[in-house]
Design a protein around this ligand. Structure first.
Ligand code: FAD
Length: 658
């Protein structure tokens, strides 16, 4: 059995900053550009798969930085964290190390849509990620800015596609070559920062944008379609200046639930957790927003911002007269700051101060750092394959905010998958894909590559058709085994062994529960306080598996009645209860999934001449198919503007040419 211990980190961490001239090699299998949430997962995953990997990022000290909210997980997002962890990624374990307030959101609903979430200590999160990268074999970290992406011209006689050759760094003349490059430049591609009427180039406060050379290669040389999006962040508030007695106290869960399948506890002890506070906007907030609109460039721009995490300006303008929630969240154990979630704003700093002081708990509050907005370029993700590789450029992979998503979890999930596939490409292994029937990562990638984005994309449980099967509790069973050598290759033997142990125990326990069958009368004697419904056929027995489905029957109760059969599995009591409750539904879904998988997996040849398909298909449909070039029939089905009739024509055509 695993010794489930959190690692101990040195109190002071220093990553070795390397100059290009000191690199031990000038050629790598994989180069990852950007050390944010996508880049760190991509680099670590590529190295785990076996590729010699170089991570180049502007500043080593910002590796693992939380640019906006100090929190991880939530409804839909928590599922992504669990899946990244199941594939041996970093963010789940980093969350367990850095978490200072753990809650399971949606607990009143079923476990399928529970949202594991934690407030994080920013410094601890960075430390953990940096320490992990430093300890990853085959991974080199370089502090520099990538000035140019090197690509070869397409050879019409071969693939007709560009091919990645490597990168060139700022202030360096020579190239570093690689078979694959993963771009994870976040909000930095042609990034501009906005506060009030001031605009300046930047990817994040204190950080320069990505070089114009990189944007130029993507747009001009590779001809990629690029869009523009925006987002913003709230001012950080001095904690001592806030009257927290005027806000509602929200304590964390009594027992923190770790994100990682490898951890049984979090670093933060239950009693060490910090509370959050809830307060509300007032009419005065709306007044300040309206009075300062003419001084607020960011809000006047048409560029699309995050719909589900809007600025206070957008909220007030969209829903006038309403009271809006503002969460006051701790930024860390030793931090003197609070993060006011819900108050993202871009008005001038003096107006920001007026606005926050309109909220009673903050009537004397001081701002440490003003809020600001950022606008940035993204690459329309329908130009990517399900491996997150740019279809027109061999060896070029994109992940994170550059693909039009928002959020750390969405970035981490894509980063891991792009890193896996970049390594596989470099090592001449076939690409791997995750389907939407087996994971939220599959849903995320499929939505991006087959539907594209018109506004920053974030994950919700409602996006997953099979959410009762894609639960946070079973991500290890769905993904860890697949993540081992043969199929994906990014899962360590330690994690694999643990997942096998869990799977075998769960199977044995389910069998034991199914075998233990008693009559209703005997159940009533064994569990007198529980209402087991009358069975008309008194001869018919009820199994312990059926009994544990009752809301007032727990696995522990059954184990106390049948210790000789069940006590060995007490460690898994909550998982067994969830498995039992969802079993009937999941059995039905399994059949539906099998049907869809057949369609899902039917490959569409990449050289189909869609424009000359039969005229029974409209020109519009042919244009969409030609532009997106979906890799499977399932992906074609989900394209906007593609009718069921068009799918039938396409299916017949592919069968005909096949
Ligand atoms: P990032 O975390 O941005 O990392 C990009 C990395 O690439 C950085 O380390 C940068 O230094 C590096 N880099 C860039 N160009 C180069 C280059 N040429 N060479 C070398 N390195 C390079 N998310 C939400 O969910 N809700 C929000 O409300 C929200 N608001 C935000 C507000 C602001 C102002 C910002 C900046 C971000 C906000 N986010 C928000 C987004 C969240 O921070 C991102 O979704 C997440 O960090 C994306 O991860 P990423 O890895 O794609 O990019």
């Amino acid at each position: 059995m695993l010794t489930k211990k959190l690692p101990s980190l040195p109190s002071f961490l220093l990553l070795v900053s390397r100059r290009a001239s000191h690199l031990t090699r000038q050629q790598y299998d994989v180069i990852v550009v950007g050390g944010g949430h996508a880049g760190t997962e991509a680099a670590a995953a590529a190295a785990r798969v076996g590729a010699e990997t170089l991570l180049v990022t502007q500043k080593i000290q910002t590796i693992g930085a939380l640019s906006c909210n100090p929190s991880l997980g939530g409804v839909g997002k928590g599922q992504l964290v669990k899946e990244v962890d199941a594939l041996d990624g970093l963010c789940g374990r980093a969350g367990d190390w850095a978490g200072i307030h753990f809650t399971i959101l949606n607990r009143r609903k079923g476990p399928a849509v529970w949202g594991p979430r934690a407030q994080l200590d920013r410094q601890r999160y960075r430390e953990f990620i940096q320490s992990e990268l430093l300890g990853t074999p085959r991974l080199t970290v370089l502090e520099s800015s990538v000035e140019e992406l090197l690509v070869t011209e397409p050879n019409p006689e071969k693939t007709g596609r560009h091919r990645v050759a490597g990168i060139r760094l700022a202030n360096e003349t020579h190239a570093i070559s690689a078979s694959s490059v993963v771009l994870t430049t976040g909000t930095f591609l042609s990034g501009s920062l906005f506060v009030g009427q001031t605009t300046s180039p930047g990817g994040r406060i204190g950080d320069a944008p990505s070089s114009a050379g990189l944007s130029h290669t993507l747009k001009e040389r590779l001809g990629l379609r690029i869009g523009r999006l925006k987002t913003g962040t709230p001012p950080r508030i001095v904690k001592d200046s806030v009257d927290l007695s005027l806000a509602e106290l929200h304590p964390p869960d009594g027992h923190p639930t770790p994100f990682s399948f490898l951890n049984t506890h979090t670093r933060c002890k239950p009693e060490e957790q910090l509370p959050c506070y809830l307060t509300y906007t007032t009419p005065g907030v709306e007044r300040v927003v309206r009075e300062s609109l003419h001084l607020n460039c960011h809000i006047q721009q048409d560029t699309k911002g995050p719909r589900y995490c809007p600025s206070i300006e957008s909220r007030v303008l969209r829903f006038p007269g309403r009271k809006h929630q503002v969460w006051l969240e701790p930024e860390g154990v030793t931090s003197d700051l609070l993060y006011p979630q819900g108050l993202s704003m871009t008005m001038p700093p003096d107006k920001q101060l007026c606005l926050i002081r309109e909220i009673p708990a903050m009537h004397r509050a001081e701002i440490h750092t003003p809020g600001y907005g950022v606008q940035y370029d993204f690459v329309c993700p329908t130009q990517l394959s399900p491996a997150l590789q740019v279809k027109s450029t061999q060896g070029l992979f994109l992940a994170g905010q550059i693909n039009g998503t928002t959020g750390y979890e969405e970035a981490a999930a894509q980063g891991l998958w792009a890193g896996v596939n970049a390594a596989r490409w470099a090592l001449s292994m076939p690409p791997v894909a995750l389907s939407r029937t087996e994971s939220y990562i599959g849903v995320l990638i499929d939505d991006l590559v087959s539907r594209g984005v018109t506004e920053p994309y974030r994950m919700f449980t409602s996006r997953a058709e099979f959410r009762t099967s894609l639960r946070p509790d079973n991500a290890d069973l769905r993904l860890t085994l697949k993540g081992r050598y043969s199929e994906v290759g990014c899962v360590s033997s330690l994690r694999y062994t643990e997942a096998i142990r869990v799977r075998d125990n769960l199977q044995d326990a389910m069998e034991a529960l199914e075998t233990l069958a008693l009559s209703t009368t005997t159940w009533r004697k064994k569990l007198p306080n529980i209402h087991i419904s009358e069975n008309k056929n008194t001869m018919l027995k009820i199994s312990a598996l059926d009994a544990v489905e009752y809301s007032d029957v727990s696995f522990e109760m059954l184990a106390s009645v049948f210790p000789e059969y069940l006590s060995a599995y007490s460690e898994f009591s909550q998982r067994l209860k969830i498995e039992a409750v969802y079993r009937p539904h999941c059995d039905l879904q399994k059949k539906e999934i099998e049907r869809i998988q057949k369609e899902e997996n039917m490959s569409l040849p990449q050289d189909i001449d869609y424009l000359s398909l039969p005229v029974s298909m409209s020109q519009e449909v042919r244009d969409i198919l030609n532009r997106v070039r979906p890799s499977t029939l399932g992906a074609a089905t989900r394209l906007q503007g593609i009718t069921p009739a068009a799918i039938v024509h396409l299916l017949n055509y592919v069968r005909h040419i096949g």
